[in-house]
Ligand binder design. Structure first.
Ligand SMILES: Cc1ncc(COP(=O)(O)O)c(C=O)c1O
Length: 389
């Protein structure tokens, strides 16, 4: 049994090694003239001496968090003895940025939590939820876990959300409709005018949740946020996250925007209410990140350039990735996706094969990450061809 003294010694040793590690890495990363620095703390290696694992499976931003966010988080650590006071302030700041009133913004512990809250509010106990298939699974799986009935509507032949087919499945029992735009896992978008018209019509019959986790990546002409419909009072909820462009995935901050009565319904099911929803450190980091527009723009430019290079590589390899408006590229495959993902994993390169009957999803990483991906991808495919004879 460890004694309290053992625990204190262990904690002291851990703190000393963490400090030594930070000192060795030069502490907070310095911004470079061409943009944000490489991460100060790369993800852990699979084993000491083995090459670093290249994480391209969760659509994280490899260039962050911004130094400003890291500094704010470090400063907020000393307030860790207090319950959170900054949630309402951050909701107000977001409301100003989005042109909404503070009662139309709900902060949550990542947008996944907000999607589950929407399921809890409108998709539970026999309610019907209409969603695309495949899509980001957070909302539909949670709805099913709490007694909702999920109607899954296949994407169209171009890997895009099939709005007409979804609308046709909205019936008298439908309480909630979930649209991810830009879409995960395929990266595609639907026509802005078509989505707006869909939301106008369908929100008269059910609450429509539009997941805009990747809203920062598309060209402005190709996607339009649904926040204007929220302003007009339509029964539409838009969810956003600090996990992608802001590079704060591990901090867990997201927000929903909705007309006041829908926002109030979400707040009712927010676990722990405002003081327990998000940590002080996360609120501080997110708030600072919003102000660091140079960092955000640099990440966006790097992602768009990396995305074009990744799509070109995949085309050279004989695949036909649909045009992506996100920080990842989808690789359509009718078979072999899970095996290819496993072969890449064995080479220390992680991609997502969550929807293996449709294909693989590869996140845009640093140039070094992408070089490792290309090499591993070519080798894994060569090995598969040789094994097949
Ligand atoms: C479409 C989509 N929505 C929501 C999320 C959840 O993001 P978070 O909970 O980190 O805000 C993700 C994460 O990858 C996503 O891809």
């Amino acid at each position: 049994m460890p004694t309290p003294l053992d625990r204190r010694r262990f904690l002291a040793r851990s703190a000393a090694s963490a400090a030594a590690l930070l000192a060795a890495r030069g502490g907070l990363a310095q911004a470079t003239p061409e943009g944000p620095a490489a991460p100060a703390s790369p993800p852990p290696s699979p084993a000491s001496g083995a090459p670093r694992v290249v994480r391209l499976g969760q659509n994280e931003n490899p260039w962050g968090p911004s130094d400003a966010a890291k500094r704010a988080a470090v400063e907020a650590v000393s307030s860790g003895n207090r319950y959170v006071w900054g949630v309402a302030e951050l909701e107000k700041k977001l409301a100003v940025l989005e042109g909404l009133s503070p009662d139309q913004v709900v902060l949550g512990s990542g947008s996944h939590a907000l999607l589950c809250m929407a399921a809890a509010a409108w998709g539970a106990s026999g309610a019907e939820v209409v969603t695309a298939d495949p899509t980001y699974p957070g909302l539909p799986l949670y709805a099913e876990a709490i007694g909702g009935r999920v109607v899954r509507v296949p994407l169209d032949g171009s890997f895009r959300t099939d709005l007409a087919a979804m609308e046709a499945r909205v019936g008298p029992a439908t309480r909630l409709v979930y649209v991810c735009n830009p879409a995960n896992p395929t990266g595609t978008v639907v026509e802005p005018a078509a989505l707006r018209a869909f939301c106008e019509r369908v929100s008269a019959r059910a609450v429509v949740v539009v997941d805009e986790a990747y809203r920062d990546y598309p060209d402005a002409a190709r996607v339009a946020s649904l926040v204007p419909l929220v302003k007009e009072g339509a029964r539409v909820v838009v969810t956003c996250t600090f996990s992608k462009l802001h590079a704060l995935a591990g901090f867990r901050v997201g927000y929903a925007m909705a007309p006041p009565e829908l926002a109030a319904a979400l707040r009712k099911v927010r676990m722990g209410g405002a003081p327990l929803a998000v940590s002080n450190v996360a609120v501080a980091a997110a708030s600072a990140s919003l102000d660091d527009t140079a960092f955000l723009e640099a990440c966006r430019r790097r992602t768009v350039a990396g995305r074009a290079a990744l799509a070109a590589f995949l085309r050279d390899e004989g695949f036909a990735p649909p045009p992506s408006e996100t920080n990842f590229v989808f690789v359509p495959m009718t078979s072999g996706a899970a095996e290819l993902a496993r072969a890449l994993d064995a080479k220390g390169v992680r991609v997502s094969a969550r929807d293996p009957k449709h294909g693989l999803r590869v996140t845009v990483g640093t140039e070094e990450d992408m070089a490792r991906f290309r090499e591993a991808f070519r080798e894994a495919r060569k090995a598969a061809r040789e094994a097949a004879g």
